[in-house]
Write a protein that binds this ligand. Structure first.
Ligand SMILES: C[S@@+](CC[C@H](N)C(=O)[O-])C[C@H]1O[C@@H](n2cnc3c(N)ncnc32)[C@H](O)[C@@H]1O
Length: 351
């Protein structure tokens, strides 16, 4: 949770930053979570992490080519929106390349409305300048914050500044913010940002959302700290949300065997994504197994990699036992205990 205290610099403390933000090695800003003590992003770079673990391996450009004659639309489920990098770097890439897209739709879930206070600082960074000044808002709605007319025609950055100012002192605990915007009268961008618990949100998702998404970006704090957000049961829900196309995919920064075991158990095929900083790389999970030709194409440029033998071995062993939470409401300690018990039983069997 962003509390406005307790943040320290990752590299050098940048005195020009508010106290609640830190500067990562690529110069982009991040924050530290007061409950888990974790940074919101990899120390090597918030922007870099979004680019290498999410946007590049999403192969969003290929998806447009895959839909000739159809409306050129990209649909993303952003699980744990935080400072918004994963969605905003996707938007940034799309506008910078002037990609021929009709619509880009994002449904995002975040538990902490406190992030709204930080988003203007995120969008003010040079790396987002073209996007946050070039995307123009047509409509912003949020039942808890009246007066949405005043942001019509404003830039994305101005709209988020308006939200940050307006939300102070308002309880946005279960609010939904919807932004409709466009870039150069060609591509329309929509963001539906739900302030909610991810498990509750997934449980309540409407049937119309089945197979509705091209991508899921899954970005909670680490599995050892919040195992309840990394269970096979969440991944089964994601599998249903993704369309049954060879271009559909889930991306996450985690390479933990328990996570990959859960994804595999939910029906995904698993690959590795590029390393960011000291980390070995994240995970790409595809809901529809690739043909040999597609796999060759995907693995050709090093953005997506096959699992190493060592990773496969770990996945097949006790480390690959997933976290489980069938009703999406179990207590964190219970989830950890059950996994441990399953691992012990597995060892006893092998002995
Ligand atoms: C690692 S940060 C996400 C970084 C973010 N994706 C970005 O690009 O800036 C994890 C986020 O998960 C949120 N979170 C924690 N528990 C959650 C829950 N149960 N449901 C939804 N979001 C949660 C935190 O508030 C935090 O913003």
């Amino acid at each position: 949770m962003i509390t406005g205290i307790e943040y320290g610099a990752v590299t050098e403390k940048d005195e020009s930053l508010p106290d609640n933000l830190v500067c990562t090695a690529d110069g982009s800003i991040s924050a530290r979570d007061s409950a888990t003590g974790e940074l919101y992003h990899n120390r090597a770079g918030a922007y870099l992490e979004a680019l290498n673990n999410y946007i590049r391996p999403s192969r969003w450009q290929w998806l447009i080519e895959e839909k000739p004659g159809e409306k050129r639309r990209i649909s993303l489920f952003d699980g744990c929106f935080g400072l918004g990098y994963n969605s905003f770097v996707l938007w940034d890439e799309i506008v910078n390349r002037r990609a021929l897209l009709d619509t880009v739709e994002v449904e995002a879930v975040e538990i902490d409305p406190g992030v709204l206070a930080v988003l203007p600082a995120v969008l003010s960074q040079d790396c987002f300048h073209f996007m946050s000044s070039g995307i123009i808002v047509d409509n912003l709605s949020c039942a808890e914050l009246a007066d949405d007319q005043s942001v019509r025609g404003r830039t994305l950055l101005e709209a988020f500044q308006w939200l940050a100012d307006k939300q102070a002192g308002v309880d946005l605990g279960r609010a939904k913010i919807e932004i409709r915007a466009r870039f150069e009268r060609s591509t329309s961008f929509t963001l539906q940002l739900y302030f909610a618990d991810l498990r509750a949100h997934l449980q309540a998702l409407h049937l119309s959302k089945i197979a509705a998404f091209d991508f899921v970006f899954h970005d909670p704090f680490s599995p050892s700290k919040v195992p309840e957000l990394w269970t096979i049961d969440i991944f089964q829900r994601y599998h249903k949300l993704l369309s049954a196309r060879a271009t559909s995919r889930l991306l996450t920064y985690s390479a933990a065997s328990a996570v990959r075991g859960g994804l595999q158990g939910a029906g995904f095929s698993i690959y590795r994504t590029m390393a960011v900083g000291a980390k070995t790389g994240g995970t790409l999970a595809v809901p529809v197994a690739w043909s040999d030709d597609q796999e060759e194409h995907e693995l050709a440029d090093g953005v997506v990699l096959p699992l190493a033998d060592e990773e496969r071995k770990k996945l097949a062993g006790r480390s690959g036992v997933p976290y489980k939470d069938p009703n999406l409401c179990a207590d964190r300690r219970h989830i950890l205990k059950c996994r441990e018990a399953e691992q012990h039983a597995m060892r006893a069997k092998l002995d």
